[in-house]
Design a protein around this ligand. Structure first.
Ligand code: SF4
Length: 264
């Protein structure tokens, strides 16, 4: 594809997702478009050694996507934070964006202290092991997310149709499934696929990693973001929910092939 074709395709892609992914339509073309747009924005991130502009764009787009499904019945309200007491993971650019937000609020010392306190409980736990440990996210403040605009996709899409089930399942480990509307799960998957596919294509380490440990690393060493953008696996050794990279997912592989014309 020559430069003119590339620009033409990108314009079409940007138009297709200008109002966010509509997960109620399960439109694979939109995810493919978003994957290519993210990939394009990563070029700017590489030259600036910062993911800030990409993640700002992406989260605005997630917010737009959420508007398409605003009529799905959910019981989440401000101050309800049951889901902030369990395992959280996020991809590297999501971790860096949150760390940047904390730094720009000049809260890194307090935040790092809270993260260290949380790690005293969660440090070294696997995904399964964390399932038995109920303890709040270090960024939860009076039942409100202190990084609300910079919270990762998994938090943005952790919604439920029944807060009572969340309380029993998250706080009392009842084992009940959280009744998340299908359109919200599709929203999470669509944005997750697009982001991880684009990161993989850019040669970056895309895996989602455990939140507390990753935050500690990102807040302690400010050059982590630049090193990751240079291709380093800066979160090697941090726990993951699964060892199998998301890019092995057959659906994601198909979308990736459609987006870039090659297998991941
Ligand atoms: S980042 Fe915010 S929304 Fe996510 S678990 Fe922590 S406090 Fe909750």
């Amino acid at each position: 594809m020559d430069r003119a074709e590339y620009r033409r395709q990108l314009k079409l892609d940007e138009k297709s997702i200008a109002k966010g992914i509509d997960s109620s339509k399960l439109d694979a073309d939109q995810i493919v478009s978003l994957m290519r747009v993210i990939r394009d924005k990563l070029r700017g991130c590489l030259s600036r050694s910062s993911v800030t502009s990409l993640m700002y764009y992406l989260y605005q787009n997630v917010n737009l996507g959420a508007k398409h499904i605003a009529d799905a019945p959910i019981s989440c309200t401000k101050g309800c934070s049951h889901c902030c007491n369990i395992w959280v993971d996020a991809t590297p650019p999501e971790v860096f964006y949150t760390a940047s937000a904390i730094r720009s609020q000049k809260r890194q010392v307090n935040a790092l202290t809270s993260v260290e306190v949380a790690i005293a409980t969660t440090g070294g736990l696997s995904f399964d092991g964390r399932g038995d440990v109920v303890t709040p996210c270090p960024l939860l403040d009076n039942n409100l997310c202190s990084v609300y605009d910079a919270r990762p996709i998994n938090c943005r899409t952790a919604v439920s149709a029944d807060a009572g089930v969340c309380e029993r399942s998250y706080l009392h480990i009842s084992g009940e499934d959280i009744p998340t509307p299908v359109v919200w799960m599709a929203l999470r998957q669509g944005y997750g696929f697009a982001l991880e596919g684009a990161l993989h294509h850019a040669g970056l380490v895309p895996h989602a990693v455990e939140w507390n440990e990753a935050l500690r690393i990102a807040l302690t060493a400010p050059d982590t973001e630049a090193r990751w953008l240079a291709g380093e696996d800066v979160f090697a050794g941090v726990a993951r929910a699964t060892d199998e990279p998301l890019v092995q997912n057959p659906q994601l592989r198909e979308l990736y092939r459609e987006a870039f014309g090659v297998a991941p």
